[in-house]
Write a protein that binds this ligand. Sequence first.
Ligand code: BES
Ligand code: MN
Ligand code: ZN
Length: 514
Amino acid sequence: MKIVFSKPSIPTSGALVVGVLANRRLTPSAKQIDHRTRGALIRAMKSSRFKGNKDQVLALVAPAGSRLDRVVAVGLGKAESLTEKNLVELGGVIYANLAMTGSGTAAVMTDEIKGCPVEAAEMAAALALGARLRSYRFDKYKTKLKAASKPSLKTLKVMCSGFNQAREAFNVSDKVADGVFLTRDLVTEPPNILYPETLAQQAKILAKLGIKVEVLGVSQMRRLGMGALLGVAQGSEREPKLVVMQWNGASKPAPKSGPGKPAGKRKSASPIAFIGKGVTFDTGGISLKPSNGMEEMKYDMGGSAVVIGLMKALAGRKAKVNAVGVVGLVENMPSGKAQRPSDIVTSMSGQTIEVLNTDAEGRLVLADALWYTKERFKPRFMIDLATLTGAIVIALGSEHAGLFSNDDELSGRITEAGKQIGEKVWRLPMGKAYDKMIQSQAADVQNISSGGRGAGSITAAQFLKRFVDDSPWAHIDIAGVAWGKQDSNVAPKGGTGFGVRLLDRLVANHYEGE
Ligand code: BES
Ligand code: MN
Ligand code: ZN
């Protein structure tokens, strides 16, 4: 779908979208079209339950007095409480209501609204972003799609007085949407097509945006002593990979090795780092999962997909930040070569791990990826993303991702960014008592809790914490939010891309411009 910006003028064909505020208060454009159609809009509202509440939609097909296919009124709710997030969601709602109607073009008219904290150009850009996000499709394997099951909507015209400004703002967020789409593509791709090597190839493509991409293979990881990651991979025919992506967009270069001087005096800017779990398929290994629902484990590389999509977003919009993305890519399979429950592996950190359950594999992959990132880059902070535990789905469903951190400031900033853009996280506690639950009899640590099924997401986070030392760190468990079972306002069901916009916003809020 093409998205264009222009100055307001009522179109003569296609669909027209206008806003209506709570209590059926018409915006200026709504008034205009109501006049043009000799009061059809007001009559239609009065004959329906449409009140102008947030996300309500009322469509008039082929209204007399115009040659438009349809006029669509969308509810804005109360002017004072309209936020950027609401408008992005509304853009998604507009797209969803228009995509399949038969109209090829739609014009959305936005107005400066009294009492609304968001100005018209921002409003236009936010609506456009929402529409773009909702327009995502993954139908490359559908060979028999009829035209009637494909979207008719080809062009979305967003109209507002400051349309140049709106276009500029959208051009930035459009790059972020590119990152979100890449994440969704990767998460949706089936595991016979997307495995460590091919996922690494996808990351390599980012080099054309100016990202430095390195791919480490088994022998390099062996030399580095990554016994935890390699242990997970050893049951699979597919070779594991570790991908390192660097985007150096800050005006100060990234340091060669670690920060020496205090921040203000440095000629270089230490990077921030994002680490992703990339289990391209999780059978559970020898601790085999039941077959019911196992197909879901194709998205167990969701964390890595977010990191790759985020790097694409940051580079695409030329973010003024030095950022590192590291993803550990493995396939967790049972076989004659697979690791066994009770195996003891030695991680890159030197800590030994007793693998009591081969299905708690994500933390093993992350243990080495986190340690590697910390040692090599000495980042300002590390944030890892992982579809790590079923327990987080039980605790938070798909409403919030789980957040765990050793740093209140970082954790607060992530939470805040999430509220702003509508990818919510909820922080859970950590502490010594939970750490005790992963004390091993035979090794330095064990990969599952001895406390039965209690606090499963927290003990997983405690495990990760042992591999970050004192670095500021946050872990986001996205097992419940990476895949949507239903459409949301900004994403059709399937891969959500949750995390890309969240972390892009975190960076924009706090870590650019050094
Ligand atoms: N990949 C799963 C977690 C998961 C569950 C992701 C549901 C997405 C949806 C993870 O590797 C796993 O198997 N975790 C186990 C841990 C247990 C063995 C301690 C779990 O949650 O059951
Ligand atoms: Mn598992
Ligand atoms: Zn897993």
